[in-house]
Design a protein around this ligand. Structure first.
Ligand code: SAM
Length: 348
């Protein structure tokens, strides 16, 4: 069935948060609609919209916190004959223009992962068929929208279309990062992902330079400090707990045993990062103090989410931070792939 709306992917279990975020943001932007989802399905549809293109423009992917991927929803194809899944997809694409590539995907849920093999083999069959009909270009063309086929079951798929400038560049919306064997903790990957996802390449080059000073609040065992130290920043690592030897061996890291909610830098710093496990309000409030006092120019911090009302808490904590920071800031928040019950925020 042809349809119009949005299709967004999320971490399984966070469908209610993504549904609430899309519903609230769409309503504020003047596009009331409704979200359809199932718990642990890893995706949300936003339906009942008259102008899906305008809604997609009003909700840029980079501003959505819980969406790993954002697509225009083109069609919901149920009851496909497993012997010929290509024909109904071709039919649904009639009049939808040309795409520059096709990705066949599956939700990142327990159920969805079982469809990984099917998605791969079906993609290999679908691509040449779409090329032959002129529905996708001969060679990949990133200037054109990208077709997504989200397999929900052997006989059920959702079709979506991504604007490559306004969508995740990663299949399933999951960035591929390689863990470093010598990093003090797996958390290092989280800061690496945050820097990659929340800053542009140009911003990374401009904002992170050798010799800059940073504080890492809640630093132990030292994964985040290690990421900053590898970029040749000097790091004050604040934690009452022990740092890993691999972090202490880096001469630019100074471990200071102190309370991260009380410690103040000896002079204004370029960066502050914070991974303290505490109530999100308490963290948001302390992060705001750092900006109000002018103690840092840029920050990346985590907000651990409560068990219930996680969207409300997310929105309220970000508002509290913005209100208390005492100056207009560029604030970007996202639930990263490596984030479990938390979101990561950049401010600067
Ligand atoms: N980012 C670290 C890494 O990459 O290795 C992991 C941080 S771990 C999730 C949280 C840390 O916050 C713990 O080491 C804990 O001791 C520290 N912490 C919690 N409350 C703190 C406080 N009030 N002051 C300083 N550190 C605190």
């Amino acid at each position: 069935m042809s349809t119009d709306g949005l299709l967004a992917y999320c971490r399984p279990g966070f469908e209610p948060e993504l549904a609430a975020e899309l519903s609230e943001r769409a309503a504020i932007a003047g596009f009331p609609g409704y979200a359809r989802t199932e718990r642990n399905s890893g995706h949300v549809q936003f339906l009942g919209v008259e102008d899906g293109a305008a809604l997609a423009k009003a909700l840029p992917w980079s501003t959505l916190i819980f969406a790993r991927q954002k697509l225009r929803l083109l069609a919901d194809i149920a009851g496909m004959d497993p012997k010929d899944r290509i024909a109904p997809i071709m039919d649904a694409l009639g009049g939808r223009g040309r795409h520059g590539d096709v990705w066949v995907e599956h939700p990142d849920s327990d159920e969805g992962k079982q469809l990984a093999g099917l998605a791969r083999s079906f993609g290999n069959a679908l691509r040449p068929a779409l090329r032959q009909r002129g529905l996708i270009t001969e060679k990949e063309d990133p200037r054109l929208p990208r077709l997504h086929v989200l397999m929900l079951a052997g006989d059920h798929a959702l079709l979506g279309s991504a604007d490559p400038k306004d969508a995740s560049p990663w299949p399933l919306g999951v960035p591929r990062l390689r863990a470093h064997a010598d990093a003090p903790s797996r958390s290092a990957l989280k800061l690496e992902e945050a820097l990659m996802m929340l800053l542009t390449e140009k911003e990374r080059a401009e904002f992170i330079r050798p010799g800059m000073f940073a504080a890492d609040l809640g630093a132990a065992p030292g994964g985040w400090s290690w990421v900053l130290a590898r970029q040749h920043l000097r790091v004050f690592s604040i934690d009452n707990g022990p740092m890993a030897q691999s972090a202490l061996d880096m001469p630019v890291i100074e471990h200071i045993r102190a309370d991260g909610f009380r410690w103040q830098p000896p002079k204004p710093l370029d960066w502050m990062v914070c991974d303290m496990v505490e109530s999100p309000r308490k963290v948001a409030d302390r992060m705001a103090t750092w900006f109000r006092e002018g103690w840092c120019k840029h920050a990346i911090f985590n907000l651990k989410l409560p068990m219930k009302k996680r969207w409300d808490e997310t929105r309220d904590c970000l508002q509290l931070f913005a209100d208390q920071a005492g100056k207009p800031l560029d604030v970007r928040a996202r639930q990263l792939y490596h984030d479990r019950e938390e979101i990561t925020v950049y401010a600067g």
